[in-house]
Write a protein that binds this ligand. Structure first.
Ligand SMILES: NC(=O)c1ccc[n+]([C@@H]2O[C@H](COP(=O)([O-])OP(=O)(O)OC[C@H]3O[C@@H](n4cnc5c(N)ncnc54)[C@H](OP(=O)(O)O)[C@@H]3O)[C@@H](O)[C@H]2O)c1
Length: 303
């Protein structure tokens, strides 16, 4: 990284179909000048998240990303200069830095982070992914020991942590992922009890075999066909934590919801609840303490 050049990745246009490299452009932008209340940041790592694609569809829990602007995204960054109280050069922060080398960001939108190695843990297990897994599973899924927990996009950054926390809580854990290698990794390295390869075709049947007692908690990262396969296999009073809808992000969102909604929700007395990780930030310290102790004891592996 050259300290006088601000490399930036622009979103050239919002995709109407699948996202590709043609929608982005690498350019050299101006070095930002921090205003009062802002800090000048040197970005160390940017987090490439599924949600980045969803933001291109329009405003959600945040404003939409617009064409011809620096692509938005969270990052871990070092404070270079500060015009905001509480931050000094050398401090490490998390914030929406965008995909660029340098950014000037209001201090009130930055979270000070501890220094640690590897620094990438601040974006994974101790960042949005880990906290999403922790709160979504424990606060919305409310798993009890002995119950069956199913998670989709299970080999992804959120899903891989969800499954491991569910194992720590004494559950029977089934991951749904694409391909034999990912499925093998879930069971052999991460300790999942079973894995279902949804690219193999017969997801419903494979899920039935992997979760013979039915599903008590489904942590849904994908929506669509996989949610539809899980719904009829939910046990009475089961909980569905709606975390994301990856199957619908890249392209035109599906006009149809999964079959079984709301009929199966009524008959099986299911609770189906969406959440955004920011809702739980008051409890962040407790979550981080748990995640840190599980990582330290080797119970939680970070890819
Ligand atoms: N609610 C919140 O506050 C919050 C916060 C953070 C993230 N999220 C959501 O959490 C979910 C997981 O995010 P992540 O960061 O873990 O993602 P990730 O690490 O990028 O993993 C995504 C995985 O999803 C799988 N996938 C892609 N398309 C799919 C499809 N059509 N059907 C099934 N699986 C598909 C792919 O794995 P395979 O190779 O296995 O297909 C991919 O590697 C996303 O929906 C994201 O938006 C929510």
């Amino acid at each position: 990284m050259n300290a006088s050049v601000n490399r930036q990745i622009l979103l050239l246009e919002k995709p109407s179909g699948k996202l590709g490299p043609e929608h982005f452009k690498l350019t050299n932008g101006a070095m930002p000048e921090p205003k009062d209340g802002e800090a000048l940041l040197r970005v160390r790592y940017i987090s490439l998240d599924a949600a980045n694609r969803a933001w291109m569809h329009g405003a959600t829990y945040r404003s939409a990303v617009e064409a011809n602007t620096v692509m938005a995204g969270g990052g871990i960054a070092e404070v270079v200069a500060s015009k905001t109280p509480g931050l000094a050069p050398g401090d490490l922060v998390f914030g929406d830095t965008g995909w660029q080398d340098f950014a000037a960001v209001p201090g009130k939108h930055l979270t000070k982070m501890p220094k640690m190695e590897p620094m990438t843990h601040l974006l994974s297990v101790y960042g949005i992914a880990g906290l999403t897994a922790y709160f979504g599973l424990l606060e919305i899924g409310k798993p009890k020991a002995g119950e069956t927990v199913v998670v989709s996009a299970a080999a992804g950054s959120v899903g891989s942590i969800v499954g491991q926390i569910a194992k720590i809580k004494g559950c029977h854990v089934v991951g749904i992922a694409g391909g034999k290698d990912k499925c093998h990794w879930l069971t052999s390295d991460l300790g999942f009890d079973a894995a279902v390869d949804y690219k193999d075709g017969a997801t419903f049947k494979a899920l039935r075999a992997a979760a013979p007692k039915g599903i008590d908690v489904y942590f849904d990262n994908v929506g669509g066909d996989i949610l539809e396969a899980c719904l009829p296999q939910m046990n009475n009073y089961g909980r569905i934590a709606c975390c994301g809808v990856i199957s619908q992000y890249d392209g035109v969102p599906s006009a149809h919801g999964p079959r079984g909604v709301p009929g199966l929700i009524v008959v099986k007395r299911l609770v189906m609840q969406g959440f955004i990780v920011m809702d739980f930030m008051k409890e962040r310290d407790k979550a981080l303490a748990d995640l840190q102790s599980w990582v330290a004891s080797g119970k939680l592996k970070v890819q």
